[in-house]
Design a protein around this ligand. Structure first.
Ligand code: ZN
Ligand code: FE
Length: 260
């Protein structure tokens, strides 16, 4: 059977607006967690699903992504893999990766894509065989992470890299449920984008019913996320920035969001 037929994904809320995500293969019993905002929330998710955790992949060193690592590792014995750049910061790491590395987790070949900007260590995790990607705090639905350690040019390079590497059908999971605020902001950038209008309606509806807006897909983000669309002529035009580079347009959008 194809890996995509035996893969199940469980996403749940942690802390205020973080996500926990489990990727499970029913055939081998492999279960991968991406980031651990809260050990207890993961323990409940594992209890609920009946899955046994085998691997933990870390996107970046921020506390809201790693604070439950030690406890969950100790309770499950899962192997912890994360960015080489944070080897000193994250004591639980047993294996580290750099851009382009492949990690084998049971039957899954997981690609580490370095996407710095929010932090310098940020890794996006991509499993091509099951069209799964977790973009940490780099790419959000209708948004992108705040630029803390890198600069805006670096963040745009990282988003452009995801645009090149992730096919439209890739399911995108990320660190936070920020989509409603992102939708409101995105509409100020591209009020006439009909795909964005439709997505915003869907998002407001989901949130009004207490439901998650993630995962999204790369195809949907390409059509609606102004940060990813900085290279589109229509976005430059909407901002009165015709002829400007994608980096300049992205910088303007990120600056407006920072000040929003
Ligand atoms: Zn972060
Ligand atoms: Fe975060």
């Amino acid at each position: 059977m194809a890996l995509s037929d035996t893969t199940e994904i469980f996403q749940f809320t942690c802390l205020d607006d973080n996500f926990g995500v489990l990727v499970h293969d029913t055939d081998s019993g492999t279960t991968i967690a991406i980031d651990v905002p809260h050990a207890g929330a993961y323990e409940r998710a594992l209890e609920q699903t009946g899955w046994k955790l085998t691997h933990i992949l870390v996107t970046h060193h921020h506390w809201d992504h790693v604070q439950g690592l030690g406890e969950l590792k100790q309770k499950t014995g899962a192997t912890v893999i994360g960015p080489e750049r944070s080897r000193q910061k994250i004591s639980e790491l047993e294996r580290t990766v750099e851009d382009g590395d492949d990690v084998i987790c049971g039957p899954y070949e997981v690609k580490a894509i370095s996407t710095p900007g929010h932090t310098l260590d940020q890794i996006s995790w991509y499993i091509p065989a099951v069209n799964f990607a977790h973009t940490g705090d780099t790419l959000f639905s209708l948004g992108c992470g705040r630029v803390f350690e890198g600069d805006k040019e670096m963040m745009w390079s990282s988003l452009a890299k995801l645009l090149r590497m992730l096919p439209d059908e890739t399911a995108i999971y990320c660190g936070h449920e920020y989509t409603e605020a992102n939708a409101k902001f995105s509409l100020t950038i591209e009020p006439d984008n009909t795909a964005l209008q439709a997505r915003a309606r869907e998002v407001f509806d989901l949130r009004a019913n207490g439901k998650a807006t993630l995962p999204t897909t790369m195809g949907q983000e390409k059509a609606t996320n102004p940060f990813l669309r900085a290279g589109e002529a229509s976005v430059a035009k909407a901002l009165g920035m015709e002829g400007k580079s994608a980096t300049e347009v992205f910088t303007e959008i990120r600056t407006r969001k920072d000040n929003a």
